[in-house]
Ligand binder design. Sequence first.
Ligand SMILES: Cc1cc2nc3c(=O)[nH]c(=O)nc-3n(C[C@H](O)[C@H](O)[C@H](O)COP(=O)(O)OP(=O)(O)OC[C@H]3O[C@@H](n4cnc5c(N)ncnc54)[C@H](O)[C@@H]3O)c2cc1C
Length: 365
Amino acid sequence: MDFSFDAAQSALHDAMRTLGSRALAAPPEERLDVLAAGGALGLSIAAAHGGGGHDLLTTAHAYEGLGSSLDDGGVLLAAGAHLFGVAMTIQKVGTDRQRATWLPELATGRCLGTVAATESGAGSDVGAVQSSVESTDDGVRLSGEKAYVTSAHRAGLFLFVGRHAGGRGLTVALVPSEHATAGEPWPTAGLRGAGLAPVVFDAPAMSAENVLGKPGAGMAVFQTAMTYERALVLAFRLGSMQRGLDEAVAHVRRRKSGGVAMAQHQAVQHRIARMKRRLETARLLVYRAAWQLDQGERATGEAALAKWHLAEAAMLSALDALQLRGASGYLDSSGIPAAIDDAIGGTIHSGTEDVLASIVARTLA
Ligand SMILES: Cc1cc2nc3c(=O)[nH]c(=O)nc-3n(C[C@H](O)[C@H](O)[C@H](O)COP(=O)(O)OP(=O)(O)OC[C@H]3O[C@@H](n4cnc5c(N)ncnc54)[C@H](O)[C@@H]3O)c2cc1C
């Protein structure tokens, strides 16, 4: 494994940092459009399908660049769910026809993808979903109600997980938005740009071409989607954690306490050092999981470990950033309370901490 980036990879990182700044300057509801116009929504989609053709390690570094300037975790979650949860899954397990149909649309961002798995009664336990998929003479029909769907109102394509009639297990289907009705978005503590909302599905007649993978093999397809998401959906956080660390260091150098810069106090130094340790370990875990996926490895445990550690690291380091700033960090205007709320959200989506710990444990047992 060589995690030094060449000139082209570094240039892409820098270009994404610039794109992130441009997106931040746009109204919140237009930020995804800015990312789409700059190519960020298709970076790892094959060039033959209109994407950037970059490997996942390069893409992780590029998203790190986005996160260093675009202080909007909700929009970056929406971008990640689209690219890693949906597009990469189609690229990996889709048929030639599915790839040709959907990837060019997803690569440009003309169509936004999102995963629709969770239901009010089935989150961590996706095997308990009640949404149904049924084979018909010439295709499938499906229905059900999903919860907490990122980009529910904007998505053009849903990666839908349902229970196949006749006890055949789960089936994943690619469902265009004409068969989906999004409800009122939920007010959330953070990640507001993700626009979480319930979605009701009703597709009485769809082609069998809409089934992703084989009917009844949906659990494996869903796990593929989750592995891509877990490896990469929080890569942008590496950039925001670096920004938080840089700001914390600048603050403790500037501010005086006991006649010296706060940075002179060992307790302060140790807090900064812990932020640095969390950032560097998370970075290595994300790069390794991305690299393993690039090598064609399954990386189930490595992706879970990366997401588990990065989500926790981002939350703990945001709390440390607040402590280092004192009362001024508690003001909304510091941006730190919002960063904490966003970081907490990252510990829930794409697998809670407990679920990810169980996956890691299973790879060892
Ligand atoms: C910001 C955000 C974005 C999201 N986006 C999407 C999306 O786009 N699409 C989508 O389908 N879903 C989405 N979700 C939903 C998310 O995937 C679920 O919230 C998550 O899987 C947990 O499910 P739950 O909320 O039902 O909690 P539960 O599964 O009820 O879990 C509650 C608690 O019990 C623990 N627990 C449950 N089962 C186990 C177990 N087997 N072992 C150990 N502990 C367990 C959990 O760790 C957690 O602490 C999103 C959620 C958030 C917060």
